[in-house]
Ligand binder design. Structure first.
Ligand SMILES: Cc1cc2nc3c(=O)[nH]c(=O)nc-3n(C[C@H](O)[C@H](O)[C@H](O)COP(=O)(O)O)c2cc1C
Length: 391
């Protein structure tokens, strides 16, 4: 049973790692990633649709991936920020996508991507202030995505208790201008978030609200995004769910923001993702509820909706239909200035499909959706089967 430990924290925690994950017959390999060249997943989907199983980014992660394919357990050793993994820890999980296939199926009652190789158990050694139950839940959910189970979330020594910042009162001023940040790592042109934002802003415009957009996928826009966030009252961060929480790239941006600000601010979130059911988004929502207070802002609520996966692979008229409901939400946001209304909660849809609906989806739609992925891949010049195992 091979165990891989990806240590983002270097020498300082090596002794603790060795104590917590004892070596048995040399079956534990600790890899120091602190000086490695590892980029964020950029959501290009090439590992699913163009070169199945092979990541387009050529950096130190490819060797790690080859080792993970031989392993049963993966431990991530990471710092925390805002009560969750730092971007350095999170990106190690975001990059694991080539171990899954694009094709979808139901596993343990939930819609999941099929495994390209085998199940992987996930554990976390974390340093810094975070809620234990949050870290445990993330491990459980992440492991389930890759067919395995959680092998534990353990706080490293000298981890302080989490300080809960006081939540500030929601703004009651009229909304006139909205700063929108697209937190997707995928380039603007291909980003589903971008299409959702543009539908949402139609609703804002109808109500006479002005807006500006900054894309985190382009690092050249980070300074302007930071400046806009610090100098305007209201910010909306729209982003896709990435491995059960915020994309690593967006975490990196958030880590660059000052924790205090001189003027009032409020952050609202628009969270979407591939999977349909509301339950998929609750762990991330928990993170979002705590985040604004740690940046000196109040929380303006989260608009959550799944099923965005297919926007990119759909024909333009179909894609337009998929994002059209967001325009209504834009109008609602324009009136209230936040997402703290029951209509927003309803927009999420069912928490979990009843078994009969799951059965119907399996029988009636999944084969068609998976076929659609194959056709899309052919359009990209993919010459291998989508479940290819290149390593
Ligand atoms: C690395 C990665 C991780 C993802 N993790 C999840 C996930 O945990 N749950 C989910 O529902 N969708 C997940 N998705 C799907 C995206 O949320 C979805 O495709 C979204 O529409 C992408 O938006 P974008 O094009 O703006 O990046 C993931 C996608 C990527 C690339």
């Amino acid at each position: 049973m091979k165990t891989i430990v990806l240590n983002t924290l270097g020498e300082e925690v090596l002794e603790q790692i060795r104590t917590l994950i004892p070596q048995k017959d040399g079956d534990v390999e600790i890899i120091d990633t602190s000086d490695m060249k590892i980029a964020h997943c950029m959501g290009c989907n090439q590992c699913w649709l163009k070169t199945p199983g092979i990541c387009a980014i050529k950096d130190d992660y490819e060797d790690i991936l080859k080792k993970l394919i031989q392993a049963e357990n993966l431990w991530i050793v990471s710092d925390t920020h805002f009560g969750f993994l730092s971007h350095k820890g999170k990106r190690l999980m975001d990059r694991i996508m080539p171990m899954l296939n694009m094709t979808l199926g139901f596993r343990d009652g939930w819609m999941r991507h099929e495994l390209r190789y085998h199940a992987l158990n996930i554990g976390l050694l974390y340093k810094g202030a975070a809620e234990q139950s949050m870290m445990e839940d993330w491990c459980k959910r992440t492991a389930a995505n890759i067919g395995g189970h959680s092998i534990g979330a353990i706080a490293l020594k000298e981890t302080p208790d989490r300080i809960q910042n006081p939540h500030l009162t929601t703004l009651n001023s009229q909304l006139s201008h909205l700063v929108i940040i697209n937190g997707s790592p995928r380039v603007e042109k291909f980003s589903n978030t971008d299409k959702i934002i543009h539908s949402f802003t139609k609703g804002l415009e109808k109500a006479g609200i002005t807006w500006e957009l900054h894309n985190l996928s382009n690092r050249n826009e980070w300074n302007a995004a930071r400046e806009a966030f610090l100098t305007h009252e209201r910010t909306l961060i729209a982003f896709p769910l990435y491995v059960e929480c915020v994309p690593g790239l967006m975490l990196e941006f958030l880590e660059t923001l000052p924790v205090e600000r001189t003027q009032k601010g409020e952050i609202s979130f628009l969270l979407h993702g591939g999977m349909d059911e509301g339950n998929e988004y609750r762990l991330c929502e928990r993170f979002l509820k705590e985040l604004p207070a740690q940046l000196g802002c109040s929380y303006g609520g989260s608009l959550i909706h799944g099923g965005s996966f297919l926007i990119r692979t759909s024909k333009p008229d179909m894609a337009a239909k998929m994002v059209a409901p967001y325009a209504k939400m834009g109008r609602l946001f324009a009136q209230k200035g936040n997402f703290l209304t029951p209509k927003v909660a309803k927009f999420t849809g069912p928490e979990q499909y009843p078994w009969i609906v799951r059965k119907l989806i399996s029988l009636a739609f999944l084969a068609k959706i998976n076929k659609g992925f194959e056709e899309f891949a052919q359009g990209w010049g993919c010459t291998r089967p989508l479940d290819d195992k290149p390593f």
